[in-house]
Design a protein around this ligand. Structure first.
Ligand SMILES: Cc1cc2nc3c(=O)[nH]c(=O)nc-3n(C[C@H](O)[C@H](O)[C@H](O)COP(=O)(O)O)c2cc1C
Length: 402
């Protein structure tokens, strides 16, 4: 979902996690959304409404009434909003939403909102696992307009371990960004990995490569032109992330792996363009490694293979494009890589030409397709490479729906 320009109503209820709603509000604003806040009475005991009023630059809707001083206090905010997020949602609030009770600002807004509603539960594990809360969550999951934002089990504020933990604000923002509402679904979504990865050796050193990110940026621009929603999961790059893409920065190959695999099911196309490190140091030193003037041996272990595992998880009607960079016997190695990976297409390129490849605008490349002969590599611009990829991917997707 594109959050820029969205009007978001944030409901806050009586949980120890209420303070995290301030951070969520700020992150939503950073995405370009306008946010207003409704609070239950219990929530105002955890965080003062003044904090939310100052951050949102708008009076908060509390039990004392409507900020705009109009009599229809429970209708004004939901009508203004494009979507409603209740974060944190207490056991009590979840019970009210599931059973049609509306006796405080947050539950009143839930009942009178006609848009999409997002609920982020936050409570002690025993409460969360109680039959009552589980039944209420099941009921809410069955509502077409309500989405539950669940955090993986972890340490809770009360010190216990288990489910019920509040999803971190940044994760909530990501869940919203990766969600495709009906109105956006027809556009098609593409996830492009970009840039290089950094594999830590110690707190100040890392292993990386020379990838600039230029090819991925050309791809992002071309997919945007073709009307796709573009998600950019990128490591460090020498070029700027293009305007209009959903930007998910990462550092290591493992971070990139986690991000790509968790978002993959929501994408129509995945383009693995990043220069991912194949190996990482087996042990990362917690302190800076001292110069002993002696020989230093770094033991490396393989990183998870993002392309291979992404292909393993490929959904029907999903298109996957891999990238292969070879320096010797390029066509033969490219063909092997395509068949080993199982990707639909492989963009084969080579850096061993002066004035081409890393950091340059031109690169010798060929696009290999499953079951077709391997073409010659031709020196062309990265913009042309991107055009070709988008054409091939779009043709393949059209064939799915023909
Ligand atoms: C210190 C403290 C922390 C609490 N934390 C939570 C919590 O994380 N989740 C929850 O469901 N209830 C929690 N409660 C209980 C709720 O605040 C209580 O059920 C309240 O009535 C919820 O009201 P509301 O849903 O209108 O906000 C907590 C209570 C206290 C005193």
């Amino acid at each position: 979902m594109i959050l820029a320009g969205k009007k978001i109503l944030l409901g806050v209820t009586g949980s120890i996690a209420a303070y995290k709603a301030c951070e969520l509000l700020r992150l939503l604003q950073k995405e370009g959304a306008e946010v207003r806040v409704a609070m239950s009475e219990a929530a105002t005991k955890f965080v003062a409404p003044l904090s939310f009023a100052s951050l949102s630059k708008c009076p908060v809707y509390t039990k004392d009434g409507n900020p705009e001083g109009r009599p229809f206090q429970h209708i004004d905010f939901p009508r203004w909003a494009d979507l409603y997020i209740v974060a944190p949602a207490s056991a009590d609030a979840i019970g009210k939403f599931a059973n049609g009770l509306a006796d405080d600002p947050v539950s009143l807004c839930y009942m009178s909102s006609t848009g999409d509603k997002w609920i982020a539960p936050a409570m002690n594990t025993a409460m969360y696992l109680s039959n009552a809360v589980q039944k209420n969550l099941e009921t809410l999951r069955s509502f077409a307009d309500t989405h539950i934002l669940e955090s993986p089990a972890g340490e809770l504020a009360c010190g216990e371990m288990g489910p019920g933990r509040f999803m971190e604000p940044a994760e909530i923002v990501n869940a919203l960004r990766f969600y495709s509402p009906e109105s956006e679904a027809k556009m098609g979504s593409v996830l492009i990995t970009a840039g290089r990865t950094e594999e830590a050796i110690d707190p100040v050193r890392y292993i990386s490569n020379r990838s600039s990110g230029k090819t991925a940026v050309a791809l992002a621009n071309e997919f945007l032109k073709a009307g796709y929603r573009v998600f950019f999961v990128h490591g460090p790059m020498d070029v700027k992330v293009p305007f209009g893409v959903f930007d998910v920065p990462v550092t290591s190959s493992q971070d990139m792996y986690d991000r790509v695999l968790s978002a993959q099911s929501k994408m129509d196309v995945i383009v693995h363009c990043a220069a991912v490190a194949d190996y990482r140091p087996k042990h990362v030193s917690e302190t800076k490694i001292k110069d002993s003037r002696g020989q230093l041996v770094l033991e490396l272990e393989p990183n998870p293979n993002i392309l291979r595992d992404s292909v393993k998880n490929k959904a029907a009607k999903q298109v996957i494009v891999g990238f292969g960079l070879e320096t010797d016997d390029v066509q033969k190695h490219g063909e092997e890589k395509l068949s080993k990976s199982g990707a639909d297409f492989l963009v084969l390129n080579t850096p061993v030409v002066d004035g081409a490849g890393f950091g340059y605008d031109r690169v010798p490349f060929a696009i290999l397709e499953k079951g077709k002969p391997v073409p010659e590599l031709l020196m062309r611009s990265k913009a042309e490479l991107a055009e070709d990829v988008v054409k091939l991917v779009s043709a393949k997707r059209e064939a799915f729906y023909a």
